[in-house]
Design a protein around this ligand. Structure first.
Ligand SMILES: [Zn+2]
Length: 248
C-alpha cells in the first residue's frame, strides 16, 4: 500500500539519525541550502507530510475513543538529483487507496444509506413526478433533501479521511524525518527531527535555534502559566456559580 500509516509521537523515527529538538512551528522553519540526503547544493523543496495519531484524553490511556489524527508538513530543500530519485521512488496513491479511504470507514454508511434510499425513491416515483410535478412536489422535495444529505455525508467522509490518502515517505525523503508536536496553548513542547546527515543537522539547528529558544524561554513560559491560571479561574468560577444556582 502506498499510503502512510499514522505514527505515535516519535515512534518509527530511524535509530541511525541525528536527533534535534525545535519548538518552532514546523511551517515556520528555515532550511539549509544543502541536500539532507547527499550534502550537494540544494534548491528545490520536497513537501514531506506525515500523519500522527494522538489521544485527546491521554491521561487515561485505556480509552481508545479519544484517538484523533493530525498532519504536519515540512519542505526541506533537496538537490536536483535527489528530487528526481525521490519522485522515482514515490509510489502514487492509487484510485483504490482513495476509494478505500472513504468507503471502508464508518462515515460511509450514512452516506451510502441515504443516497441509496434517495435513488430508490427516485427510480420508483420519478416518472410519476415528471408527469405531474405540481401535485408531487412534496415527494420531489423529499428525494432532493435525501440526495443532498447523502452527498454532504459523502463529502464529510472524504474530508475527514484525508489522512488516509497521504503518500508514504521515500528512502530519499526519509533523510529528513520528524516526530509529532504535542504542544498545547498551555505548554510548548519541542518537536523531534531525525536527520541522516550530521553536518546538515548542525546547520539546520543553527538556522532555527534563536526562534526555538525564544519559544521555550521565560517570556513564553510566563504567558503559558498565565493562560493556565486564567483558564483554571474561569473553570472554578463556572463551577462555583453552578453550585450556587443549583443550591437555591
Ligand atoms: Zn541530494
Amino acid at each position: 500500500m502506498a499510503v502512510a500509516s499514522p505514527q505515535l509521537r516519535d515512534d518509527g523515527l530511524h535509530a541511525d539519525t541525528v536527533r534535534i529538538a525545535l519548538a518552532e512551528p514546523i511551517g515556520d522553519l528555515v532550511y539549509p541550502e544543502t541536500c539532507p540526503n547527499c550534502s550537494a547544493a540544494a534548491s528545490r523543496p520536497i513537501s514531506i507530510t506525515k500523519i500522527f495519531s494522538h489521544n485527546s484524553s491521554d491521561s487515561n490511556g485505556a480509552d481508545s475513543s479519544g484517538w484523533q489524527h493530525r498532519e504536519a508538513s515540512a519542505a526541506p530543500l533537496f538537490c536536483a538529483a535527489c528530487v528526481q530519485r525521490h519522485h522515482a521512488e514515490e509510489e502514487p496513491v492509487t484510485t483504490a487507496d482513495r476509494l478505500k479511504s472513504v468507503f471502508l470507514t464508518e462515515l460511509a454508511l450514512p452516506a451510502a444509506g441515504t443516497l441509496a434510499f434517495g435513488l430508490f425513491l427516485l427510480k420508483e416515483t420519478g416518472a410519476k413526478i415528471a408527469r405531474d410535478p405540481g401535485r408531487e412536489w412534496v415527494l420531489a422535495l423529499i428525494i432532493g433533501v435525501l440526495l443532498f444529505i447523502g452527498l454532504m455525508c459523502l463529502r464529510a467522509a472524504w474530508v475527514n479521511n484525508a489522512y488516509r490518502r497521504v503518500p508514504r515517505q521515500t528512502q530519499t525523503s526519509l533523510a529528513f524525518d520528524f516526530g509529532d508536536d504535542p504542544s498545547t496553548v498551555f505548554k510548548t513542547v519541542p518537536r523531534t527531527y531525525a536527520l541522516r546527515n550530521a553536518d546538515y543537522a548542525a546547520d539546520f539547528a543553527a538556522l532555527n535555534a534563536d526562534r526555538s529558544q525564544m519559544l521555550l524561554g521565560p517570556a513564553q513560559r510566563r504567558t503559558e502559566t498565565k493562560r493556565t491560571i486564567v483558564t483554571g479561574a474561569i473553570i472554578l468560577t463556572v463551577a462555583v456559580l453552578g453550585w450556587w444556582f443549583s443550591k437555591g
